[in-house]
Write a protein that binds this ligand. Structure first.
Ligand code: SAM
Length: 343
């Protein structure tokens, strides 16, 4: 999709003004503006979502990803239903009220198995917790089943708004199929999340602007953006490492375009910069996703190298995040953090 087409289809002078401002503003100024909009709408609260990476088996072969099926050096694991429930309960007892179940596209986890897990999580948390799924493209029928079984939210990044680049990094999988899946998710009444990586090889500044415009066009409830980190044993291993600034500017632009959206300060940002997550929050992010996957397994969910928080358990990570946030005048909250259009 061309930028021009997107702007036209948004039919909105304000959007064009925001883009023009973004193009000329220094990063500091852009971030200050985005942070002030964020504070007006979301206050100083930073919402926590407990991330459980429950399988790193994947039948996809995305060029950028360390758990792609062709990476034979990846150590594979699956966390079974009982262990997932145990992990949720540890998180729940620490105060978490949102759980994000993320995984590779693992055929073992059939829709029936996922539904049984969703139902059980709802039951053990006495229907007090929200569940987000992030397990890739499924049929509309399957998304419907997940919703009926208790999934409240779905995360499916479009990865890049450039269809040609998408097709390249996803090995001929059509971009339109991804967008159709996101539209299905939205249409079925999920709180809908998507997003993209910044710094992919072949991406341009126009791509980055179009990425943000596509999020606006999709009117997302949640947008995750983070730097692409070249991963060992993948075809993109030798790609240049791009600066975190691309993700920081993207966060600020997204906050200007989608003031109400929930935007995480991503682990990838914290991986390439020790204060990456703080910088993302100062650019308008309002969510953090502590990785509460059992320590034994999480070191193997290596979508990129150098991932942080691999030796700490959920409680230790939450304590660390609380300190980090208070150092920048923010406060973690355990609220469910539902999409604002639902509250
Ligand atoms: N299989 C699901 C999917 O594709 O939506 C969820 C798991 S996938 C590993 C989660 C996200 O990891 C992807 O959407 C992608 O943006 C991110 N990711 C994968 N490899 C990455 C890399 N090398 N650098 C940064 N992010 C990466």
């Amino acid at each position: 999709m061309e930028k021009r087409t997107l702007i036209d289809s948004l039919n909105n002078n304000e959007t064009e003004e925001i883009i023009n401002y973004y193009k000329t503003a220094e990063t500091d100024e852009l971030c200050k503006k985005a942070a002030s909009i964020c504070e007006n709408i979301h206050g100083k609260d930073i919402i926590l979502r407990g991330l459980i990476e429950f399988t790193n088996y994947c039948n996809q072969d995305c060029l950028y990803c360390g758990i792609r099926k062709s990476n034979l050096s990846a150590v594979r694991y699956r966390i079974d239903k009982d262990e997932i429930i145990k992990t949720v309960m540890i998180g729940y007892n620490s105060g978490l009220r949102t759980f994000v179940l993320q995984g590779g596209e693992d055929p073992f986890y059939t829709s029936d198995r996922i539904c049984r897990i969703l139902e059980q999580i709802k039951k053990v948390t006495e229907y007090n917790a929200s569940i987000t799924l992030s397990i890739g493209i499924k049929s509309r029928e399957t998304y419907k089943k997940f919703k009926e079984a208790g999934a409240d939210r779905y995360l499916l990044r479009f990865e890049t708004s450039d269809p040609k680049l998408y097709q390249k990094i996803k090995i001929n999988s059509p971009f339109e199929r991804r967008i159709t899946a996101i539209l299905d998710i939205k249409d079925l009444g999920y709180e809908t999340g998507s997003g993209y990586m910044t710094g992919l090889p072949g991406e341009t500044e126009d791509t980055r602007i179009n990425n943000a415009l596509l999020c606006k066009k999709l009117d997302l409830d949640m947008v995750g953006v983070g730097p692409f980190i070249p991963s060992n044993n993948t075809p993109l291993a030798e790609s240049p490492k791009m600066p975190l600034e691309y993700s920081i500017r993207a966060t600020a632009l997204l906050r200007l375009l989608l003031p109400k959206a929930h935007i995480p300060a991503t682990t990838a940002a914290g991986t390439i910069d020790p204060f990456g997550r703080e910088k993302m929050v100062k650019a308008g992010a309002n969510v953090l996703m502590p990785n509460i996957t059992p320590v034994e397994q999480k070191k193997h969910y290596l979508i990129y190298p150098g991932k942080i928080c691999l030796d700490e358990n959920g409680n230790e990570i939450i304590k660390d995040l609380a300190l980090r946030m208070s150092s920048i005048d923010r406060k973690i909250t355990f609220s469910k953090g539902s999409a604002l259009r639902f509250s």
